[in-house]
Design a protein. Sequence first.
Length: 20
Amino acid sequence: GKKDRYTSCIAVLEQKIIDY
């Protein structure tokens, strides 16, 4: 659903921040 997609987006952002 919409929330799942939002959560996935946040997870990707966090992953990028950690990678950065």
